[in-house]
Design a protein around this ligand. Structure first.
Ligand code: DGT
Ligand code: CA
Ligand code: CA
Ligand code: ZN
Length: 589
């Protein structure tokens, strides 16, 4: 462990002891030790430890010097691990809330039994915290505000939420007379499932009016920086955004750089280097010569008026390095540069390739729109077909359908299709619970009435990995299963998925001709894009499923297509790019 990591552990030990109400002198010793450690240089620390002279340092006694030595050499400390196990993890989280020290946290636990932020929020909302000795209304308010900020500012944001904020801003920027080009770069452009912050990029020579427009947007809650070529703001949701304004001839290089990812950039830069070039956010110029990348780029620009071979778009930038254009979604440093060199990049699936979508809910279970409303919305999207898949009977919390209600819905769907009220054909399906032992939730006779079946796990998430894997594989092996729903059940930024052996499930799906869905709900995007490239190469078919619970939810296929593209999927890999006739044939199999 490095000295700063060790100092962090010592500080945490101090906090843990405080939470336990230990002797203040003992607590102080750890804090003093951490500060003393920070003041030593890394190499000096190594020398002191080897010479066994650490205890001679002021502020570090005998006991502490042993603990530091243990951490430095093994990266672990038994004392710390044991201590940590005796303190509820929620208490340690509470320390981060402004206005809450270890002493107050102890009082909250001892008097109100609070050991988590969730319980603390509830107690504040019920006014119980204000009523405690030494707290009061004001403290309670401050705690609540602190919890809200922590949630909003401390976390990443769903791609969808970030995209909804970014899209009108890019459109607005493009309308400004001073703006030649504008783009949202960063993880948003790469279609990552979550986004840390937005990175807007503008080409233009007049900065002030653009910065003024940006910082005065109604959605902006706080301007955190405003300079000569950039500005940073924070929106209501806590999402932050950087805006950078660059001269027009630098835009393409800045766009590539700020799109990232970092890994992709590092690989691109070293590729440039091996060709005697220097690639940076300022330009692509010969590597020889004095000065920084920026100075070199500026010098080259001054000399020629334009940088290297008049590169004006990303296609030309990649070409200058002997590469085909790499779509932003693939720029994760995961082999895309090698593939682009060989001309082996896939032609990625696009939103417009979709002819329809499966796995959608209606008011029959927990959806918020009726069958007719959902069908009308699919028709408005130009879809040839819509797959309905309401919950099955074991999902009683989601108003799952009894056999009787399911068969009634099937009849309604058949009647709707026969009526030709909509151009969109409706497939009758179900999102069938995979029971804890892997059986499906209805008898075969009922399942035989359906056009397709999405099998999903909705309960008993706590099974161990092997049991859960066997459970899901059993469902995959059922002859009526068309596709597997949300492989891990994760909810992004909220809940980890249950543990499964992904490789084995993919094998089983391929062997049984079962499709695995890319659940396009912005909260899910499950199965994760990181598994898809390899899986599809081996023959796994994907279905981009909106899992819509209302008409607007159908649009979520956009997020699903992003994730599918990140997984290197082509049109051929995705079931719902087939037209109606082909899908009917495929489902009849
Ligand atoms: P995020 O915001 O955490 O979701 O992820 P990004 O990818 O948007 O990262 P961000 O906003 O920190 O930076 C935007 C891009 O700028 C990033 O994708 C690549 C580039 N970049 C940032 N820092 C570095 C760096 O240290 N080295 C290199 N080569 N590129 C960087
Ligand atoms: Ca970013
Ligand atoms: Ca950023
Ligand atoms: Zn589900």
């Amino acid at each position: 462990m490095t000295k700063n990591e060790i100092a962090d552990v010592l500080d945490e030990i101090g906090t843990l002891l405080e939470l336990k109400g230990e002797n203040p002198f003992k607590i102080r010793a750890y804090q003093t030790g951490a500060r003393a450690l920070e003041a030593i240089e890394e190499a000096e620390l190594t020398r002191l430890i080897q010479a066994e002279e650490l205890k001679t340092v002021k502020g570090i006694g005998d006991a502490l010097s042993q603990k530091i030595t243990e951490l430095h050499t093994t990266g672990k400390l038994e004392f710390y691990q044991k201590l940590k196990a005796t303190v509820e993890p929620g208490l340690l989280e509470m320390v981060e809330i402004p206005g809450l020290g270890p002493k107050k946290i102890r009082a909250l636990r001892d008097k109100l039994g609070i050991t988590s932020i969730a319980a603390l929020t509830q107690a504040c909302n019920e006014g119980k915290v204000a009523a405690l000795d030494g707290f009061g209304e004001k403290t309670q308010e401050k705690i609540l505000a602190g919890i809200k900020n922590r949630e909003a500012y401390g976390r990443r944001h769903l791609w969808w939420d970030a995209w909804e904020i970014a899209t009108p801003i890019v459109a607005g920027l493009r309308k400004l007379p001073q703006v030649k080009q504008a783009e949202a770069a960063g993880s948003l452009r790469r279609g990552m499932e979550t986004v840390g912050d937005l990175d807007f990029l503008v080409a233009g020579n007049e900065v002030a009016p653009v910065v003024a427009w940006f910082t005065q947007l109604p959605a902006v809650k706080e301007v955190t920086a405003s300079g000569e070529t950039k500005a940073s703001v924070r929106f209501e949701s806590g999402l932050q955004a950087d805006l950078r304004i660059v001269p027009e001839d630098q835009f393409v290089f800045a766009l590539h750089h700020f799109t990232g990812s970092k890994d992709h950039n590092v690989q691109m830069r070293s590729r440039a280097q091996s060709r005697g070039l220097s690639l940076s956010e300022w330009g692509l110029v010969p590597a020889e010569g004095e000065g920084t990348a920026k100075e070199k780029a500026e010098a080259a620009r001054a000399k020629k008026g334009k940088v290297a071979n008049k590169i004006t778009n990303e296609t030309e930038l990649f070409k200058a390095l002997g590469l085909y254009f790499i779509p932003p979604e693939l720029r994760e440093g995961l082999g895309e540069i090698e593939a682009a060199e060989q001309g082996e990049l896939p032609r990625l699936v696009e939103l417009k390739d979709l002819h329809g979508a499966f796995h959608n809910h209606t008011t029959a279970s927990d959806g918020r729109n009726t069958l007719a409303e959902m069908t009308a919305a699919a028709e408005a999207l130009g879809w040839e077909y819509l797959g309905i898949a309401d919950h099955s009977k074991s999902s009683y919390q989601a108003n799952g359908l009894s056999e009787e209600r399911l068969l009634k819905q099937v009849a309604e769907i058949r009647a709707l299709n026969a009526s030709r009220r909509f151009k969109t054909h409706v497939f009758a399906g179900v999102e069938c619970d995979i029971l804890p032992d892997g059986r499906l939730d209805y008898d075969d006779a009922v399942l035989a009435k359906l056009d397709y079946l999405v099998a999903s796990v909705h309960n008993v998430f706590t099974q161990d990995e092997a049991t859960m894997t066997a459970r899901i594989i059993r469902a995959i092996e059922h002859p009526r299963t068309t596709m597997l729903g949300h492989l891990t059940g994760r909810l992004l930024l909220r809940r980890e998925g249950y543990r499964v052996e992904v490789g084995k499930i993919i094998d089983a799906a391929i062997a049984n001709h079962v499709v695995i869905e890319m659940n396009a709900s912005p909260w899910r995007l499950d199965m994760d894009w990181r598994h898809w490239r390899k899986a599809a190469e081996r023959g796994l078919v994907c279905s981009v499923n909106p899992d819509a619970h209302e008409t607007a939810g159908l649009q979520h296929v956009r997020a699903g297509i992003n994730a599918a593209r990140k997984g290197w999927l082509t049109k051929e890999n995705v079931l719902n790019t087939l037209d109606l006739a082909a899908v009917k044939k495929r489902l009849a199999r």
